[in-house]
Design a protein around this ligand. Structure first.
Ligand code: CP
Ligand code: NVA
Length: 308
């Protein structure tokens, strides 16, 4: 049994194998109706709980469809309809759920909820986003990069904007997949030192450059995300927008990157804020491939968790 809690906590060879499996599974069902079962029925008889304490479109639908395609069953649970946070401990919730389901995916606020659930669960736990990280998203992004440009090792990835949870998982991936990472954004919104330190400890180059145009020089991939995440207070919105406006990904910024640089965004995006529509809908954008690849990448993650 394996938990999928974060990219830096997962064996490097296993991560690469999951990306390869995802690519094979995607190719195997190319052109099939979305609801058709995969030929090998790998999750036959398995039940997976999908718990959401925050809103979600992609994570919810991609896990649900992917598990069903593999012959498994899903149970969608909203955190507020459960006893979570109403006095029952996370540990007891983990022990109870382990008696009903074969795996648990959770999207939650505080990382400690994910970690406690994993500690006391007898079944695998998957991180579907916390305030600190979003590893499933980055597995999809790595698959997407590989499809478009091949191996990401040695490439230059530039994050422009808020050093948030998605940025953190990119830093973990930089360490595990061997790419260089440049953060450009306001100092107040830098990624946590722990994430930068982890990537550097793996021997990859991590730079912080306040000038976004200098930052994207030589970039193979430019990435951004919303300026206000689900865990950020709405009262900080105006301050965050003012700090982040210089880091908008627009045509001028993309023109300063390599000619064949890709653009990624985990979505949902706020058109005209962190990114312009012309970039989102332009030829360098692979945002909808990323969204599709949540499905394929997570199918591989679930199989790895269950040893299937
Ligand atoms: N990218 C992502 O996780 O999207 P959702 O919030 O819609 O799940
Ligand atoms: N950083 C965003 C990602 C959403 C998928 C958030 O946490 O709201």
């Amino acid at each position: 049994m394996n938990h999928f809690l974060d990219i830096h906590k997962t064996d490097q060879a296993d991560l690469h194998n999951m990306i390869d499996l995802a690519a094979r599974m995607k190719a195997d069902r190319a052109g099939l109706p979305k609801g058709r079962l995969d030929a090998d029925n790998a999750l036959d008889g398995r039940m997976v709980a999908l718990i959401f304490e925050k809103p979600s479109t992609r994570t919810r639908v991609s896990f649900d469809v992917g598990i069903r395609q593999m012959g498994g069953q899903t149970m969608l649970l909203s955190g507020k309809d459960m006893q979570l946070g109403h006095g029952e401990t996370i540990a007891d919730t983990a022990r109870v759920l382990s008696r009903y389901v074969d795996a648990i995916m959770i999207r939650t606020f505080d990382e400690s909820v994910l970690l406690e659930l994993a500690e006391y669960s007898d079944v695998p736990v998957i991180n579907g986003l916390t305030d600190r990280t979003h590893p499933c998203q980055i597995m999809a992004d790595l698959l997407t990069y590989q499809e478009h440009r091949g191996d990401i090792a040695g490439k230059k990835v530039v994050w422009s904007g808020d050093g948030n949870n998605v940025c953190a998982s990119f830093l973990h991936a930089a360490g595990q997949f061997g790419f260089d990472f440049t953060f450009t954004g306001p100092e107040k919104l830098d990624p946590e030192a722990e994430f930068i330190g982890y990537a550097r400890s793996k021997g990859v180059q991590v730079s912080i450059e306040r000038d976004p145009f200098k930052a994207v020089e030589g970039a193979d991939l430019v990435v951004t995300d919303t300026w206000v995440s689900m865990h950020d207070s709405q009262s900080t919105k105006e301050r965050r927008h003012n700090l982040l406006r210089p880091y908008q990904v627009n045509d001028d910024l993309m023109a300063a990157a390599k000619d064949d640089a890709l653009f990624m965004h985990c979505l949902p995006a706020h058109r005209g804020e962190e990114v312009t529509s012309s970039v989102m809908d332009g030829p360098q954008s692979v945002i909808f491939d990323e969204a599709e690849n949540r499905l394929h990448a997570q199918k591989a993650v679930v199989r790895w968790c269950l040893g299937l």
